[in-house]
Design a binder for this molecule. Structure first.
Ligand code: AHG
Ligand code: MN
Ligand code: MN
Length: 340
């Protein structure tokens, strides 16, 4: 067999989607290609990581006090360079930078705001496990010139696009512009993302639960009771599940999106707001999961309705299959969110 001649590249798919909206200018499509290009460069670097000695710590610490890995720094630079010169973006923000990233003065500013977690799951790098990139796109709210903090601190329901790239056994890009969730797999032989998962729908009830259970004793009672339900302790209330936890949000999220499941990073006594960041991790994944028929909550509030106060704000997160996320919210209501 020579191979199929009818493939849909990400470029063609985005153009076809856009043609449904006569008022569209093509700018958002171009922005998504910019990100896809960045993703290919990061994918290439992660594939070579073990060979070119870019593994290991840089010896610097980022704004969250975490050790930065070399690939974090590289991925961050790649995405900034892919986005900052195009005239499509007025401001950027990254998990790896303490302040919003202005567009350099020599380049024009555009109408979009892009935020990203350039390399998610970076502690997995040294053990050759999956990592990812998460991105989130908003329309600016300021009128002109360079973007300002107000452009960056918007609630998730205002996103115009969001997605992730998973550098796993293959590289996948999954995104939404509010018209469903679509997945593309990178064909390394031609360097193109090809449509492999059109219109992803996540099962109503999940097969898996994913949580760092070493924190169990530090969770509030509502979280403990929810996870006991997932163990199968209350079968009359929720289906018991299998446990899967990679420790890289993108990889855990992707598996659960496809197979059905729930991912939690709840509050605990050491991390009173959980660990994941609202703007770079929770909001974009919440937009995706809702578009796929799932749900996302901090236990009390819908993630997409949370108004961020600060750039690097963290929130507790329960995300995935709808029935499972609703169960978590019910357990919070019945057993409380007070620290144990
Ligand atoms: P990042 O590498 O971007 O800092 O994110 C790491 C996050 C996330 O990917 C993962 O779900 C979580 O940290 C795992 O945390 P624990 O090691 O506390 O389970
Ligand atoms: Mn992350
Ligand atoms: Mn990261």
């Amino acid at each position: 067999m020579i191979g199929t001649t009818a493939v849909t590249t990400i470029e063609r798919f985005i153009i076809d989607q856009e043609h449904k909206y006569p008022e569209a200018t093509g700018e958002l499509s171009n922005l998504l290609y910019d990100i896809a290009l960045g993703a290919k460069l990061i994918a290439a670097a992660t594939r070579r990581a073990g060979l070119v000695n870019v593994l290991g710590a840089m010896g610097t610490v980022n704004v969250q006090g975490e050790e930065q890995q070399k690939l974090d720094v590289f991925a961050n630079e790649i995405l900034k360079n892919a986005l900052n010169h195009t005239g499509r973006v007025c401001i950027l923000a990254s998990e790896e930078d303490d302040a919003p990233i202005p567009i350099p003065p020599e380049y024009p500013a555009g109408k979009y705001v892009v935020m990203f977690d350039p390399l998610d799951g970076s502690s997995n790098i040294d053990s050759n496990a999956s990592v990812g990139t998460i991105f989130s796109v908003y329309r600016r709210v300021s009128m002109e010139g360079r973007g300002v903090m107000e452009d960056v601190l918007q609630p998730g329901h205002r996103q115009v696009a969001a997605g992730y790239i998973l550098y796993g056994s293959s590289t996948m890009m999954v995104y939404t512009t509010g018209q469903g969730v679509h997945g593309f797999t990178l064909d390394p032989t031609i360097g193109e993302f090809l449509l492999s998962h059109p219109d992803i729908r996540t099962p109503e009830v999940g097969k898996y639960y994913s949580v760092n259970e070493s924190n169990y004793a530090r969770w509030n009672r509502g979280t403990q009771m929810a996870v006991r339900g997932f163990h199968g302790d209350t079968p009359e209330r929720i289906k018991g599940k299998n446990s899967r936890y990679i420790g890289a949000f993108v990889a855990d999220f992707h598996r659960n999106l496809i197979n059905g499941g729930i991912f939690l990073y709840p509050a605990d006594t050491r991390n009173p707001s959980g660990k994941l960041r609202l703007l770079y991790e929770c909001s974009p994944m919440a937009f995706l999961v809702e578009q796929a028929g799932g749900a996302a909550t901090d236990g009390v509030r819908r993630i997409l309705e949370i108004q961020p106060d600060t750039l690097h704000q963290r929130v507790p997160l329960a995300i995935g299959s709808k029935a499972d996320v609703e169960f978590v919210a019910r357990m919070m209501e019945e057993h409380g969110t007070a620290a144990v």
